[in-house]
Each structure stands twice: as C-alpha cells, then as structure tokens.
Design a protein around this ligand. Structure first.
Ligand SMILES: CC(C)(COP(=O)(O)OP(=O)(O)OC[C@H]1O[C@@H](n2cnc3c(N)ncnc32)[C@H](O)[C@@H]1OP(=O)(O)O)[C@@H](O)C(=O)NCCC(=O)NCCS
Length: 287
C-alpha cells in the first residue's frame, strides 16, 4: 500500500539579498521506496516584490510507470501546496525540465498552468574566445555602473515575454517592474560582472553575470539586452563578445537561459559557443 509523508525543514541559508528562505520537503513512499519527491522554497525576493508570500517548487522527481508516477507526483504536489497554504503563500512557480509530460500533467491537475518554454545553454571555457571590441570608436564599455536606478529603468522594458509577461494574471506594469527591480539588484549587488555599452551618454546594451556554483567556477549570464533602436544591427554580438572576452579564465562554465522562441537571443548565444543543454517549461499557480 502507498503512504504519503511530508517533512519540513528550515534552511539556515541567507540569500544574496540578505533574506532567509524556508524549505518544505515532501516524499511519497511505498514502504521504503520513494515514488515521488519534491521541495518547495519560500522566496524572499519575490515575496518582497509582490508584497505577499511566494514560493517555488524545485527538484520534483518521480519513478515508475506513467499512471503510478502521475498519481505519486499529484500527491507530492498536494503536500507541497498544503505546506504553502499553511504559510499563506499566494503564488507558486515551478520549472519542469525535459519537459517531462507526466510531471506537467500532474502539476496542471493541481492548478498550475504553463507560462513559458525556455532553453538553457552552456558555454565551457574551451570554446573559442571572441576578440575584444574595445576598438569600436562609436561605443564605450563600462564595468562600473554609476547610476543604478537610471540603468535599471533604461533596460527594464526590453524583456517583453518570458514567464511573467506571459502570465495573463500578471499585469504588464508589474512584469516590467519586476524586471526593473531584477536589473537593479543585479547591478547593485547580485552580479559579479556588469558591462554597460554606451554611445556618448546613451545607454546601448547591458550584460550581467552572477556566480551560480562558485566551487565549480560556474556563472550565469543573467541579463543580456540592447535597447530597441540598437537591436538587430549586430551589436548583440559585439556586446556579448566583449563580455566573454573580459571574463576569460574566470569561469569554467557559463550558463544562460532564454525562451525557445527568442530567435535573436538563441542565434546570438549559439554563435558565441553556447550549446543548448536542457529545455524547461515554466508553470505558475495562484492560491
Ligand atoms: C537578444 C539580443 C541581445 C540580440 O542582440 P541583437 O543585437 O539584436 O542581435 P544581433 O544583431 O547581434 O544578431 C544576433 C543573431 O540573431 C539574429 N537575429 C537578429 N534579429 C533577429 C530576428 N528578429 N529574428 C531572427 N534572428 C535575428 C542575427 O541574424 C544574428 O544571427 P547570426 O549571427 O546567426 O546571423 C537583443 O535582440 C535584445 O536585447 N533583445 C531583447 C532582450 C532579450 O530578449 N534578451 C535576451 C533574453 S535572455
């Protein structure tokens, strides 16, 4: 007979922005055998932004034949959502790698719906290095940001899709505001490297990189964007090439994630040695 057990622990981890995050863990067991498992994390940053508790389900796994797996994941997700409800969580997100259809169906049956499909790409340090573009007369590069709020404002409206803009329950104003806050956090504290490209006093493009796995010298290219009138003129290649040139030797592996339909970004990354590694579906659930 199958029995379900939920265990909860509190993480003593401080986030990059100083908040603490609590984690709940659910397991669906058949005797000693784990049929499904998952964790849910209260998100300090999102909670602060939205003004109500937000959480993310991570590491959702299941074994067995499809019907049994579906049932086990449904039960694990119910436990995780129950844990969220006990904490007043209003908004829960999850990313499903693969994307694994059984996990997606089980999540959908509990009220989750798809908001984006993304591809993760990675570049190792052995990929050929682009040349420095510093000699381009018209443009300058700056690895320090003087005006954080102004920079965040200049680059916040560039992401028009993605999982927040694609969620019809989130207004465009809120989704834009979320990106503005994210860019601000990046340039102020989260990113280890920032590169601002300007033409005179005009901000043109911005990249930010944050370490994700310092032990394995891995980093994440968090933001890559050019303001509208500078797009599709070959400048993305210049900006990313200069970014990679400047961080050469710093990371063994650089990761980046973008929507599967963002052709300019995909072509840009693949042209600079990034290889697709995983496709993921993003799903949201409001309580
Ligand atoms: C993604 C982005 C940085 C690319 O920079 P860009 O300067 O516009 O792109 P480039 O002109 O350097 O071109 C890069 C590649 O995309 C291709 N491309 C450019 N615009 C395209 C379009 N509208 N459709 C299809 N391909 C396009 C180019 O042909 C080039 O490919 P190639 O090297 O194989 O010829 C830029 O468009 C942008 O800021 N977009 C909005 C923000 C965003 O989506 N950021 C990425 C989120 S992860």
């Amino acid at each position: 007979m199958t029995c379900s057990k939920t265990s909860i622990e509190t993480m003593a981890v401080t986030t990059a922005l100083g908040g603490a995050e609590e984690i709940g863990a659910a397991e669906v067991l058949d005797g000693d055998r784990v049929l499904a498992a998952g964790r849910v994390r209260l998100l300090a940053w999102d909670t602060d932004f939205f003004g109500f508790p937000c959480a993310r389900i991570e590491a959702l796994t299941a074994t067995g034949e499809n019907p049994a797996r579906y049932d086990a994941v449904r039960r694990a997700v119910a436990d995780l959502l129950g844990w969220c409800d006990d904490r007043g969580v209003k908004f829960v997100t999850v990313k499903v790698a693969g994307p694994e259809p059984i996990l997606v169906q089980a999540l959908e049956s509990r009220g989750f719906y798809v908001t984006d499909c993304t591809v993760a790409l990675a570049r190792d340090d052995h990929a050929p290095l682009p040349q420095s573009s510093d000699s381009l007369d018209e443009f300058s590069f700056h690895d320090r940001i003087e005006d954080h709020a102004g920079t965040a404002l200049a680059f916040s409206g560039l992401i028009l899709d993605g999982r927040f803009h694609n969620d019809v329950r989130i207004s465009k104003k809120t989704a834009d505001g979320l990106w503005q806050r994210a860019v601000l956090n990046q340039t102020r504290s989260e990113a280890r490297e920032v590169l601002l490209m300007t033409r005179g006093a005009d901000p043109v493009g911005l990249t930010t990189i944050k370490p994700v796995d310092p032990e394995n010298r891995a980093g994440c290219l968090f933001f890559v964007g050019l303001r509208g009138s500078y797009q599709a003129r070959g400048l993305g290649r210049v900006l990313l090439g200069e970014t990679l040139y400047r961080v050469r030797g710093e990371y063994d592996r650089l990761e980046v994630e973008t929507s599967t339909y963002n052709q300019p970004a995909l072509r840009l990354y693949q042209g600079q040695g990034f290889k697709p590694s995983q496709v993921k579906l993003s799903l949201h659930c409001w309580r």
